[in-house]
Design a protein around this ligand. Structure first.
Ligand code: G3P
Ligand code: CA
Length: 319
């Protein structure tokens, strides 16, 4: 029996080999059609956990995405929200540590305290809650996993960190940009050709990174909300090129306004839309593979954020 892409990815991850090998070009920044494992292989394992990142590597992702927030003692941890309740058991472990608004903030906990929590998948119908034991990793642990698997597999998988709520963190006395550059430098991500994209929904944060001297590849994320309307014109998109190398729009923005990809290309910007999910396929597509192929080969985007990196890998390599 021929294994499915998922089975093959799991199998190869288990034995430490990549699901797909390919030449790694040195262009700056990475302009291939790329598979970005969104929160790791989060369609299969709890988001932002070491197993989810390891399986993403084994499934042939080109880049793996950690969302980042800071702890009270200044460590980056891999977490989507500034709050802890949605994906951890913080309410059980630290019942008295909510703020007045009834929320548990990662920024109120030390990295040692975060290490006592168990992590779980956010979305229903995926990896069951309460099964297995998963932790909230630090960014350093995530990088060490990726670099270790790069060494064992001979591949050069990149990282695609997102700074979550940098303006909020700064108000809390936890500036993220300086701390991010420190960590990236410590692990060898220094030059424009480094296998990294730094992403944020906040243009000011990306500008701050440039002001701090970073020339690492950067991507401005955009959502379908009012604050990004000013970018939705040829001139608006072109302005992003002053501080970023690409845009990461919600995929619905591209379907609504296909010119977005053309304007970005004309401005020299890459386009990496989010998020492609096998269990949330929008009409008129019948499979996520069809949806991904349409975005890559018809709309002309340069990569996709996906919870199912094996399927995206297949959509690109087996077309
Ligand atoms: O970073 C791309 C995409 O992940 C943005 O949305 O909310 O999943 O971080 P979110
Ligand atoms: Ca993200």
């Amino acid at each position: 029996m021929i294994p499915s892409p998922f089975q093959a990815g799991i199998l190869l991850a288990a034995i430490g080999l990549p699901a797909a090998t390919q030449e790694e070009p040195t262009e700056v920044p990475d302009v291939r059609m790329i598979v970005i494992a969104h929160r790791g292989a989060s369609g299969y394992l709890p988001e932002h956990t070491i197993p989810a990142y390891a399986v993403a590597h084994g499934m042939g992702a080109d880049y793996i995405e950690p969302d980042l927030v800071l702890t009270s003692d200044g460590h980056f941890i891999c977490l989507h929200d500034i709050h802890l309740e949605a994906t951890t058991n913080v309410e059980e472990v630290f019942p008295d540590r909510a703020r007045e608004d009834g929320r548990w903030y990662a920024a109120d906990f030390t990295v040692e305290e975060i290490g006592r929590l168990e992590a779980a998948e956010r979305l229903d119908g995926r990896f069951p809650k309460g099964v297995g034991r998963f932790r909230v990793p630090t960014f350093a642990e995530m990088i060490e996993l990726v670099q270790g698997m790069n060494q064992s597999s001979g591949r050069n998988v990149g990282i695609y960190p997102e700074l979550k709520a940098p303006a909020w963190h700064r108000e809390e006395g936890l500036p993220m940009e300086e701390a991010l550059l420190d960590v990236l430098d410590r692990y060898g991500y220094r030059e424009p050709g480094a296998r990294v994209f730094v992403q944020s929904f906040e243009p000011e944060s990306l500008k701050r990174l440039r002001a701090l001297g970073s020339d690492l590849p950067q991507v401005l994320l955009m959502a379908e909300v009012e604050q990004y309307q000013r970018f939705l014109s040829p001139e608006g998109i072109a302005g992003i090129a002053d501080f970023a190398d690409g845009i990461g729009p919600a995929k619905t923005m591209i379907r609504r306004q296909r010119d977005l990809v053309v304007w970005a290309r004309e401005a020299g910007l890459l386009v990496h839309p989010y998020t492609f999910r096998a269990d949330q396929v929008p009409s008129p597509y019948t499979t996520v593979i069809e949806e991904i192929r349409s975005h890559l080969f018809v709309f002309g985007v340069n990569g996709v954020f996906t919870d199912h990196p094996d399927l995206a890998r297949g959509a690109i390599d087996w077309y």
